[in-house]
Design a binder for this molecule. Structure first.
Ligand SMILES: [Zn+2]
Length: 275
């Protein structure tokens, strides 16, 4: 009995280590990723410089073709993050496939999204003022969100891809006035008629198919990149220093001559009094 009392906790602990604690594992994953990438600095960042760093190549699907058929204007309110789950195609391959209508699906017969990101480049496929076909058919994800796909092809540095995506997202938040609460995973948009309705996407930022610790880590990085832009903006447009009204006093014109000097000092800005 005594032996059981000692060995049972040991067995339980060993079992937990072997099967792993999902929460701890995911926290460890995001901690390792944060250590590899380095913390986002808190220095101000010029959004124009960030835009250049992103290395965005604009290679749009021809107007009115495939995923851009018809006029489908959009006012972006959300940013939706995906991953391609394509282990052979890079960002250029996806751009070519979209331009020749090779990716079928969605409500108009062709898939399309706004940006594909890999470790060293971002390629834009449709304007951010047009809706895409990447999330939830005719749902709000497609009608109101900018779609970003992260590449997963072999040889691609996934961490560099994640951080380039975080910076692109921060830049889009700035240009379209989108709050951090509206940066969502594809998972966020249920797909009618699918089981499960919420897709495990982007899968490498999910835990057990759901946005948990690793997703929160990603959104925190987006937020920090965005805060750098906000700091730069605050430097360009500093809040006006409130001007203190000079204290009021008797009008010197109405005072006898001997009191005028004192009254003049009283009506001057205060620096004259403290000197
Ligand atoms: Zn997706």
């Amino acid at each position: 009995m005594r032996a059981l009392r000692i060995t049972l906790p040991v067995i339980l602990l060993a079992a937990l280590v072997l099967i792993g604690l999902p929460g701890c594992q995911s926290t460890q994953k995001s901690m390792n990723w944060e250590a590899s990438l380095g913390a986002v600095p808190d220095t101000p960042l010029d959004p124009g410089k960030l835009h250049k760093q992103l290395n965005i190549k604009v290679d749009l699907i021809a107007p009115n073709r495939y995923g851009r058929k018809g006029k489908r204007p959009m006012k972006a309110k959300y940013i939706t993050i995906h991953s391609t789950q394509n282990y052979t195609g890079d960002a250029y391959d996806h751009a070519r496939a979209l331009k020749r209508g090779a990716l079928k699906g969605g409500v108009i017969g062709y898939l399309c999204w706004h940006f594909t990101v890999q470790d060293d480049v971002v390629i834009q496929h449709i304007p951010t003022s047009e809706r895409g076909e990447h999330a939830d058919f005719d749902g709000p994800g497609n009608r109101h969100s900018i779609g970003i796909e992260m590449c997963e092809h072999s040889g691609n540095n996934i961490l560099a891809t994640i951080d380039r995506t975080a910076k692109l997202t921060a830049s889009l938040m700035h240009h379209h006035q989108i709050p951090i609460e509206n940066v969502v995973a594809h998972y966020h948009w249920p797909r009618k008629g699918y089981d499960p309705p919420n897709k495990n996407c982007p899968h490498f930022l999910m835990e057990n198919g759901k946005p948990r610790d690793t997703w929160r880590w990603f959104v925190t990085r987006v937020h920090r990149h965005h805060q750098r832009i906000a700091r730069w903006n605050a430097m360009q447009n500093p809040a006006p220093v409130p001007v203190q009204a000079p204290p009021t006093g008797p009008d010197p014109a109405t005072l006898p001559a001997e009191k005028k000097d004192v009254a003049d000092i009283w009506r001057r800005p205060s620096q004259g009094l403290s000197a």
